[in-house]
Design a protein around this ligand. Sequence first.
Ligand code: AMP
Ligand code: ZN
Length: 664
Amino acid sequence: MTTEERIHSLRDQLREHNYNYYVLDKPVISDYDFDQLLKELQQLEDENPEFFDPNSPTQRVGGEVTKNFETVAHTYRMYSLDNSYSKEDLESWEKRIKKLVDGTVEYTCELKYDGASMSLTYEKGKLVRAVTRGDGFKGDDVTTNVKTIRSVPLHLKGDYPERFEIRGEIVLPFEGFAQMNAERLEAGEEPYRNPRNTASGSLKLQDSAEVAKRPLDCLLYSIKGEDLPFSTQYEGLQKAHDWGFKVPEVYKLAKNIDEVLAFVNYWDVHRHDLPYETDGVVIKVNNLQQQEELGYTAKAPRWAMAYKFKAEQATTVLHTITYQVGRTGAITPVANLEPVELAGTIVKRASLHNADQIAKLDIREGDTVFVEKGGEIIPKIIGVDFTQRDPDSNATTYIETCPECDTELVRAEGEALHYCPNAQGCPPQIIGRIQHYISRKAMDIEGLGGETVALLVNNNLIANYADLYELTKEDVLPLERMAEKSAENLINGIEASKQIPFERVLFALGIRYVGETVAKKLAKEFKSIEALSQADAETLVAVDEIGERIAESVVAFFDSEKNREIVQRLKQFGVQLEISAEKLANQTDILQGKKFVVSGVFTSVSRNELKKLIEDNGGKVSSGVSGNTDYLVAGENMGPSKRTKAENLGVPIISEQDFLGMID
Ligand code: AMP
Ligand code: ZN
C-alpha cells in the first residue's frame, strides 16, 4: 500500500469509527485503538503535507483561530416557528391547513431541541460551510468551530445529493454541561447559566481548539436543496441518517392531531429522561409537496408549528434568604425553600441572583413563590404569589455588611453583584483563595484537599497561600484524621508545587478575571511577576485580548501591599514567578504580530519545530491562508491550493531559509 493509500484507508476507518461512536453511540473498537489509528494518521499527514485535507479526521481537534466571523447569506432563509400551547391551537392550525391544501394531511412530530440553530452546506459529500442562524437571512460562518463537533460528518456516506443544506441544532448535553461547570467551579470560575447559551457561545469562540474540548453535539432535522431524493419530511430524516447525520432519536409520523397530542403528552413527561434540553415538540406537515403549497408567512412556515411545553413550575414557601460569600468576595443571595418536587428532583434552594432581582420581584421571607426549572441547574424563583402574602411583611432589605466578617459591602458601578472588600480578613475568601491555589488546574498540590485547607485556616495554621510553604509535618499532625503518611504527602506535595511553571502560578494567585487563558497570555507577554506588577492599565490593555476589566483587576491586585508581600514571600520560597530561563533563552518577539502559514516539507527543521520557532519568537501560526496572513513559509511539495491562494491574495511566499534568516 502506498502512503497515500494508507492515509485514505486510515481516514475511512476513522470516519466509520467516529460515526459508530458519536452518531450511533455503538463503538466497535476501544478508545485506545482509535487513538492509535488517529496518531498514525496524524504522523503520516505531518510527514506528507501534500495530502493535507481540511476534512480529515485529524482536523477535529481544531487549532485554527478566527478573529472575526464572516457574515454569509443563507441560500434558503432560516425561518422561525409559530407557537401553540393547547389542543385548540393545534386544531385551528389544522383547519387553516385544510383550507389551503387538498387530500389527507399527515404530520411528523419531532422534539424541539433547545440549542443553537445551524445550517450546514455539503457539496460532493463534503462539509463546506457551517453558518449560524443570525437574523434568518444571513449568519456567521463558524465552519472551523463546527468541524470540531464529532457528530457532524465531514464526509458523507451513500447516495447523497450533489449539493444541499441541512439544518439542525447544536446542543450541549446535560452531562457534558455539568462536567464543564464542575471544572469551572474547581478553577474558581463562575459556572455557566444554561446549556443553550453555552452552546451558542461556544460556536463564537475564537480558538477552535477550545471548541473541540467542549462536549457539543449536533442534531439535524431539515434538508434544503434542489431535486431532493425524497418526498416527505419523514423520509428526509431517514435519508439524513443513512448519509451519516445524527438525526433526533425520537420522531413519529402522526395521522391526525390526536396522534400528535399523544406524542406531545408522552414527551412532556418523558423529556426529563433525555440527555438534552428540549422545550417542546415541532409538528410538520409531512408531505413536501403540501409544504410547498402552504408556503410561509413573513416569519414562519405555515406547514410547521411548535408546541411549547410548559416550563416545570412549583409553588412553595420561601423560609429565609441567606447570603453566601465566594472566594472573590462576591455575595450570592440564596432562597431557602420548603422542599418541593420539581422536574423529578426535590428542590430546597433557589438562586436569587442579586439585589436587583430581589427588588424587581419584591421577594420577601415568608412569601409563597413560584419556582421554575429551565436549563439551569439551580432552579430560580420567577415570581411571588401575592394573594398569599402576609399583609404585615416588610420589603427585603439587602444586607449591607458581610455575613462572615461584618465588613461593609461594596458594589461597583454597573456591576450586578455586591462584594465584600475584606479580601485578607474574610474567612470564606481566605479559604476559597487557598483552595483555588491548590486546585488541579492551578498548583495541583497532591495530598492537600479543600477540606484540609479549611481545617488549616480554622486552626490558624495558615492565612494565605504563602503560609503553606512554612508548614511543617509537626504543624499538621495534630489535625483531625491526619496520619503520619498523609502529613508527609501533604508537605511533599507543597514542596513539589515549587516546580509548577509561572503561567499556572499566575492563574493560581486568583486575581479576579485572570483565568487560565488570560494567565497564559500575561505570562508570555510579561515573562515575570516583576514586570507584570509594574505594568499600568494602559500597558495591559495594549496586550491582545486583555480588556479594561482584566487590566484594572491586575493593577488593583498589585496595588495591595498585602498581595505584594505575599508574592514576595512566594518568591523567597522558590515558587516559579518568571518564565524559566531555559524557555526564555530561545524566545524573542522579533515576529510579534506576524501571522504565518506553514506548508510543505522542510529540510533543516521539522514542520512542528518550525511552528514552535514561529511561536517562540512571538509570531502566530494559522492553518489557512487568508487576507491577514503575513507570510506563507513554503517547503517542498507544498499544497498547490495554498500557493494559488497566497498568490491571489498577494501574501509573500518565503522559503525555509528566508524564514530562518528572519529570526537569526
Ligand atoms: P423559535 O426560535 O422559538 O422561533 O423556534 C424556531 C427554532 O426552533 C428553529 O430555528 C430551530 O433552531 C429550533 N428547533 C429545534 N428543534 C427543531 C425541530 N425539530 N424542527 C425545527 N426547528 C427546531
Ligand atoms: Zn467578608
